[in-house]
Design a protein around this ligand. Sequence first.
Ligand code: NIG
Ligand code: FE
Length: 399
Amino acid sequence: MTETLFTNISQLVTPAPGVQRGAAMSDLKVIPDAAMLVSGGVIRWIGPRADASGMVQEHDLGGVAVVPGLIDPHTHAVWAGDRLADFEARVQGVPYEEILARGGGIRSSMRATGAASVDDLVALARPRLEALRASGATTIEVKSGYGMDFDAELRMLHAVRALQSEFGLVPTLLIHVPPTEGRAEYVQAVCHDLIPGVAREGLATAVDVFTEREAFTVDETRAILQAAKAHGLQTKLHADQFHAIGGTELACELGALSVDHLEASGPAQIAALAASDTVATILPGVTLHLGLPAAPGRALIDAGAAVAVGTDLNPGSSPVFSTQLALALAVRLCRLTPAEALTASTVNAAAALGLSDRGALAPGQRADFLALHSPDWRDLPYTLGANPVRNVFVGGSAL
Ligand code: NIG
Ligand code: FE
């Protein structure tokens, strides 16, 4: 097996492997003038350059900082159509929820996506995923959820499968908005037909539900998440985006991997997350694009929760095509420190997907890492609107 020693690393910067909660989120290891040994796609050793020895192939990284590959734990990167008219309406004052209630918004993306073939969806998603990867994402979660019917949901998941190995995708079945009529039958069919079929075909590793006044109730969500668990799938939730109606508490009770959004979370939801193993995933692109309150990232960490950050890339609430930008926005909008934001976008984002083999630069972890343009890693959280990532490495190979 070829061994490569990556050298001329100004700083190697990483959280410890595994989920990091509360104050531990700011504990980064920083090794100046570092080296990293990789073989078989896995990190074998990290340390000061002076301690590296042996006759192995060397790869000179040119004196820049190296950090773990970013993990984007929440995207809706597969969609057809656009939401440009919604955008114009919203900036003139029409609320997102009102557009949805009138049959627009997510429902208009469902009409366009429902009319697209798997090949169309793959072609539309590829450049979006390329943009996320160029921004540093080496693992990307992608949700379904714009299917008008179950066949359309399955086409979305087949599009994710077609792109899965190329981009390191983690697929999630999202139960997004209920039909305008027959919602009880719909929830039954989700539990008895869609979820068992998706589990059988291995088309998703988790099930997510949009729990909100304009979407699913807490009782409907409970039934769906219980069906997911019964079929061996992990669970996640979109909750507290506009109203805290009990989704976060339910997710914590059921041991969901993560609760995502949290813009409307208050002390009760923060306490529930801090007392649970459920990761709190914040999506600051939504705050920027919809002008919503920011999720209480600072309060969550101070309470002891494990916080992750994602782009929520989607056409309606977060057209953010950069995982690095999401990290940088979490610092400005949700008051994370730069160190906490790196932890949130790496090991904690991995935990939000149920993964522990990536997110840190440590022996035994996947050799997914970024060489920045800068010798100082803090350019990663600092930069807005340009790409501070020079090279993306997956399994030790440059992309
Ligand atoms: O995560 N809020 C629900 N779902 C998505 C938005 C999807 C859309 O607007 O198309 C979100 O924000
Ligand atoms: Fe989302």
